[in-house]
Every structure is written in structure tokens, then in C-alpha cells.
Design a protein. Sequence first.
Length: 1031
Amino acid sequence: MKNTLILFVLACLFFTTARSQDVSVMTYNIRLDIASDGENAWSNRKDFLLSQIQFHAPDFLGTQEGRPNQIADMKETLKGYDYIGHGRDGGNKGEYSAIFYKKAKFRLEEDGTFWLSETPEKFSKGWDAAYPRICTYGLFTDVKTSQKIWVFNTHLDHVGQEARLQGMKLIQQKIAEINSHGYPVILTGDFNVEPNNLLIEKLSEQMLNTETVAELTHGPKGTFNAFKFNAPVTRTIDYIFISQNNGLKVKKYAVLSDSENLRYPSDHFPVYAEIYGFDQNTDNRDNLHQGTDFDPALEHKVDSVLALMHLNEKIGQLVQYSGKWDATGPSSSKGDQHKLDKLKNGEVGSMLNITSVASVRETQKIVMENSRLKIPLIFGYDVIHGYKTIFPIPLGESASWDLNIMEQSASIAAKEASASGLQWTFAPMIDVSRDARWGRGMEGAGEDTYLNTVIGLARIKGFQGDDLSLPHTLAACAKHFAGYGFAEAGRDYNTVNIGEHELHNVILPPFKAAAEAGVATFMNAFNEIDGVPATGSKALQRDLLKGSWGWDGFVVSDWGSIGEMIAHGYAKDKKHAAQIALSAGSDMDMESYAYEAHLEALLNENKISMAHLDHAVRRVLRVKFRLGLFDDPYRYCNEDREKNEVYSKEHLAIARDAAKKSIVLLKNENDLLPLNKNLKSIAVIGPLANDKDTPLGNWRAKGRYNSAVSLLDGVKKAVGSSTTIYYEKGADLTVPTLREGQNQFLHPLKFNTTDVSGINAAVQAAKKAEVVLLAIGEDAYQTGEGRSQTDIGLFGVQQQLLEAVLEVNKNVVIVLMNGRPMDISWAAEHVPSILECWFLGSESGNAIADVVFGDYNPSGKLPVSFPHNVGQEPLYYNKKNTGRPYSKKHITYSGYTDAPKTALYPFGHGLSYTTFAYENLRLDKTEIAKDGQISVSVDVTNTGSVDGEEVVQLYIRDMVGSITRPIRELKGFEKVMIRAGETKTLSLTINADMLRFYTINKKWEVEPGDFRVFIGGDSQAKLKASFVVRE
């Protein structure tokens, strides 16, 4: 059933791109309400002052000195206006630097307030100021033309020149920080300085003074009248400035000296300007979604629907319920009848964990047949590494360093999930994670920022395709924004302590790239950063993601994270939590029930704004339109697709390809691998050897229990009938605590630490075999959400089994199945061959057999560093050098006294059944400008006897920076097939983006100086060259 009402409304409305409109602006210091002013008191002059504003009717009005009661009077009288701003003493206390705007002409997108001080994020007085000073800003959209405009308003100090200069510098920095798209900027205010002041001279280098560039001017030269009627007014201290690079022009400029009964309405004259030329900025119009061209027709549809909505329906679009009670977090506190009633009333925007065509259709039908506006639901699910056909866990797949296969696997996951009625996945996770103790590292791409970035983009492309409205795609979700992977001590949900530069240089780049690529949604994070929970961080969500980056999708909270701000000690109750979250820019509430319970009351109490509420709703509607749900709410509900497009032979073949490419050969002493398929006997031993469930890993979506190909089955299929296979489990890894097939996601594991009765049989099998394949590692549910560990070694009695088997047969190949870097230092010293096999998914056993028997030459490279022991964690290759870099010469240099400082197996490591030699590294130039580029070439020779793939890795070191820089950073790679004996010349380009970082100036810059480039097969690459970036 189509959404009849909305489609009718949309059909009746048409959209044409209007020509730009003139914008009128006024700045007005309205004078504080001071009882001692006598006849000039506010109560005696407010009516005339307000009628003066109404007569000139500016589109934007920046006010100074308005106290809360004065702002309230203005809000009541100035019909058709709304305002933004807060009191300079915090909340609604003290003077406002408010911005009033015409609601019918402009839509508020973003707004903020900061103090003009050394600590701008909190109530404070700066430098030599007499009083605290504040600046208010907002991003507005012209509803007819979709032109974006930033408006800033401030009141600089009347005493401190340093405070004025530094305050204006802060304002200019804020403009540069958040206006990455180059939208027009209007700055109003009482600057408390005259035109010949250094402040105005400096500001005029960056912006245009409307007085000096106006085509027509009117009124007295001065703006400060001090309530002295008809006295000469010579001091100009009130200004309207505009950005100088947007082609803006000023038609009129006036100082309005209106009076009544020989009195002025304030001790300042208001300044008025009419600005035009906004049609010069069409390239910037609402191009918030950097990965998608602005679609004015879409925005018109969104606004048309929003205009029809009642308050309860708006709030409902921000509510997400789970169809199950215990899917990804604590049990839901709301029963089925509550949810059903809300669905019928159109008071739910999304459902998660409903996973079949029949269930999706039934739930959507409730909304479409009962709600007033029939706004369709969006259905989401954690499709992390496959839906029913399961691919390697993301960390394992990242070891392939094959972006094409990762895009393919995400595309197949989207095809299968959408065939079951789903439209949205909570993936990819693009958190940089450096601590093996943290269980959720299995969901991401490891420890490196660049690798996380390019892999995240590949997965987003796979999920979303080129057209999100096509029914085989899913809306992707970049998570967790931000810093979740840096949880203190690797303990899930824990505090994150990072500096500003580490946040910008290490954690945020994958998210910025996702925003630029047009990812449909973001998910915020459970953790706090520097004392502020990410769910309640305005700086991250509203200012950075939606403001500076200009992204236009919607942000969903993580499960219950809005309510969890209470436990953080950041919100006093759920009502307060809802206020914080919505104001910060968290658009959709996943299962905390805070928005549905409290947003209406918060709105009535003026603790949240309708602009922020509409802003969130508009973003949700926009994604639903892009998915095509308004065209057909049931477009994903196709029973034939659900039967025919899931778990197909084609999908399984690609899953096998992805799995074998994800395997990393960590060690291969004496070329024990590959094995000959005609061996007389092979022992397949271990608790994971015949396990058909563990290879599916955690976050397995709808992967069927015990559906993976086990190692034993893979080996049996690979060898001939002349080979005898001896199988023994040896020992159980875990002790069952649930009934067969029951999901272990929310239940703790119990490990077998006592039962060694099967080890003797395993030893006997090992004695009889020529080679042992020993499958050990982790249970699938040792990694994932809530699965942090202080021990990253072999659990249970696996070490005992390993040593017993190795004692009777030295030809042991460890087949390691795991979801994190492990402490396998004993095995690395004693066992000849080790294969890192992660949790490889549905085709695990077949893929491992492909590698073990040489049908595929392993090409995987580690996306993480493997430690010698857990005490090295967090461990990562791109560390800082410190003032005392590691040296064996002296004990007082950075290192450990009981373990190596370096990794057991470094980032980027991975062997092959052949060998590669790197030589003849050359640069086409050794000196470039900041915006220049260098071509880097290297010869790579396959020096072995079999064909193989090599991942050629390029690292760069910035030798000296305005902040300390890592010893090297991955900046590029290429995976290439090289035939035996062949030499290939590879060329990679170093460009400005590879050299840019977030500097001491708090902006992304290329700094001049010396650089080193390294190329090789892992992060310890020795081949190097140098170049210089000149000023």
C-alpha cells in the first residue's frame, strides 16, 4: 500500500530553484534593563524599540545586552521570529548575544555558543576583560533558494583590548573551523572599538565592513548615542561584517537614529544593511551531503512532509524500538502492547531486529494502515560480516588488504539482508583499535587510521552501492562516533582519555571520509571523551559532523546510550539525558525511551528548541526518501528474493574467496606448508578442528548454527582417498551452559580448565600422522561486545594439548581461529608453522584447506600487531619516538626489562609460499611544494618458485612537526600478483593529503620540512628514501 496522503501532497507541490533573495540584517545593542536608567528604563522604551524592529523587519537581528526578560519580551512581540542564544553567565543567566531570524524565510540547521576566553567551551572570562563575553552562531537555510548562511553575533568587552583582539581571533578561528564549505558569513555585534582600532583593521583584511562597501548609506556616522538626544554622535562601535570571498554586495547601509518624544530607544543606534549576491554561491547551496549532489526536489519533499506533522509524530520519527527483547543490549522495558499502540499512532520511526519479509511486511502494514500520515518505518539490523552467507569477521577480512573483495562481501550481505526486508545495517565499524584486550576489535579493521579509512569506504560502497533507492542495497552506518576503540585498558564501554590532536589525527579521519562518501547514518558511542559522553557531545555531533563536515544523514544512538548518560553522571535523569542528547545532535533514540517520554515536555519548557527537533526529523525523513520508502514502503518485501537470493552457490564461492585471502601465514619454518595432498596420513586435532559453529564468529546476523564448513570437512574434501585422516578433539574449549544451538551473545562462557581426558587420544593420533593440523584459538563469543579480556592467550587446556602433541610430532601446523591479536609467543618459538585463520565464516574449512594444500598461496597481511605478551598492550606500529627511543645500549631508554619492545608479529606482516625482494626505490623528485606530489617507484621481484600476491606497503615519516609525529604511518598500498621469477615495477604517488595533519594551529596543514618514505612488505620496511617539502 502506498503512502496515499503524503504522495498526494507531494504531487500537488512542485519545486523550482528560486533566484537568490536579498538578506536584510540588523545589529542592535538594546541596552540592559537597568532600573537606575530612570526614564530610559526598559519598560519606558521597549515598545518603541520593538516597533522600530518590526518596521524595518530584518531577516536577521543580532542583539547585545539583552537580559532574559528582555529577550522574552522580544520573543513575545516579534511575531514570526525565533531566536538562538544563551546567557553569558550560563544557561539563561546574564546577557544574551541572541540572533533573531524570520522563521518563514530561514530554517535553522545548526547553532552554538562559545565564550571569548581561553576556555571557550565553558562559562569563563578571558584575558583582560571586565566581564565574561559570548558569541552566538547559527547555520541557516533560505527555504526558497536552499542557500546556506552562517550568522555570528557577539559583544566584545568594553575595557580589555587584549580580550577584544583575542576574542575576535577566536571568532575567526570558529568560522574557519566550521565553514569548510565556504558558505557566506554575516558577523554582527557591538565591538566596543572605533574603525581606526587595530581590531577593525585586522578584521577588514578577512571580511567586508558593510558600511565601507555599501552602494547607498544613510544616517549618522556614529552608533553610540549614550541616550543624549541631538548631541553629536561620533563613535561607531556597532558593525555588520560579511565574508569577502562569496561575491556578496551591500545595497544599503543605514544607522537608524529613530526617536520618540525626544528620546532614543537605546543608547546605541541599530545598524541595518541589505545584502545581495547570494546567487554567486549556488555551488554551496545545501551541498551538505558531500558524497551526493544536492537534490532540491528531495529537500522540498522532506519539508512538505515535515509541515504536515504533529508534534507527537515528529517525536515518533526519532524513536527506535527493538522487535526482540534482548538482541543487542539490556532487555527492553516496554512491552509489545505499548509498541503496537505507538506504531498505530505513527509514533515510531524505526524498528530493529525484525528479520524476515513476513515480519517486516506485517509491522510496516500496522503503520501504513493505521497511522495518520503513514510515514514508513526503516528496519535495521546488525549485518556486520554477512547476513546468512557469513564472511570472515571484519578484522579477519581486513587482513586480505583486498578492497574489492571487501566491497563484494558487503554487497552480498546487503543483497541477502534486503531480500529479507531490511533496509539499514549498523555497519561498518570504523573505530581504530589498538588494544587486543578489547573484544570489539573483531568488528573493525585494526590499528591503523589509513587502513580503517579505505576499508570503511569499501564496505560503505558495498552496502549502499551507487543508488540507495535500489532494493538490493542497505543504508550503512559509520560507528562508533567517536573514540570507542580507545577504551581505557581495553575494557568495553570504558572511559576514553585522548588528546585533541590524537582525536583528529588518528580517530576521526575514517569518519570524515565516511561522511564525505555519503554514508547514510552515523551511530554515536557508549564512551566518554574528556569527560563528555559521545552521545551527549555537541562538539562531535552538531558542530563537527553536521557543521564542519556538512554531513546530512541522521545519527542514531547506540543501544540505550542516551539513558546511560545517567550512570555516567552526566545527566540527572532520563529527561535531562534526552535534553542533552537532542541538543547535542543525536537524532534517533535506540531503545532508551527517553525521547518518547520527555521531548514534548522539554519543548514546552523551552529546554530544547523546535528547530533542533525539526532538524533531527528532517534528517530521518531524508534517509527514508533516499531509500525509496515513500515510493513503496514494501519495496524490500519480496518473498521470491528471500527464497532465491540467500545462501546461494555464487555467494558461497565469493565467501570462500574472501576467506582464503584473509588467512595470514605467520610462520613457516623449513617450508612445512603447503602440504602434499598425497600424504599418507594427516592428524586433524583440536577443540576447533570439527567445529562448524565457531568459524561463524560473533555478530553472525542470521547465520545458521553449525552451518560452517569445519576444518576437518575441508581437509577431507581436499585430499585423495589414499590419505588417512586421524581426527581427535583432544579437549573441549568450553563447557556448555546453554542448550544446543542457543545463541551465546548475551551469556558468559565457561571454559574447560580441568577435563584433559581426550589429550591422550590426540597424542596417539599425532604419533601416527606425518603432519598435524592443530585447530586452537578462541570461542566465537570470546570476542565481540562486552567480551574484553585481561588474558589474550590460549584459554582452557589448549596450551597443555599443544605441548603434548608437539612432543610426539614436530610437524605441527597451528590453525589459529580467533578474533583478536593473541599472545602465542610460546607457539611462535616452538611450532614450525602457524596460520592465522581468524573466524572465516561459512566457507572456513574449504578456504583453510585451499591454503594448507597450496591451491591458494597465502597473501594476507596483519591489520594488527601481535604482542609477545598482554603487558605490551596497547601495541601499535605507528607509535611516537619519545625522547628516549628504544636502545639496547642502556637500560634508561624506552622499553621493557622483561619483554621486547617490538611486536612478535608486526602490523603488515604475512608470509607467502614464495619470497619477494624489494630494490631500486626511486623518487621522481626530492623537493616539492606543499601542494605538490611525488611519484615513488620500486622494483619487486618474486624470488621463489611459485606465483604469489604481495601487498606492497608505503609508509611516510614527517621528521619534525609542530606536534610530535609517529615514527611512520601507512599512506598507501597495492596488492599485486607477481609470477615466479618476475620483476614488477610499482609506482605509487605521494600527494598533499598524505602529508597533511592536524597541527598545533588546530587545522589540517602540510608543514614544510624533511620526510622519509619507506616501502616494503610490512611496517618494518627497510628500503627508504628522503624528500623535502618547501615553504
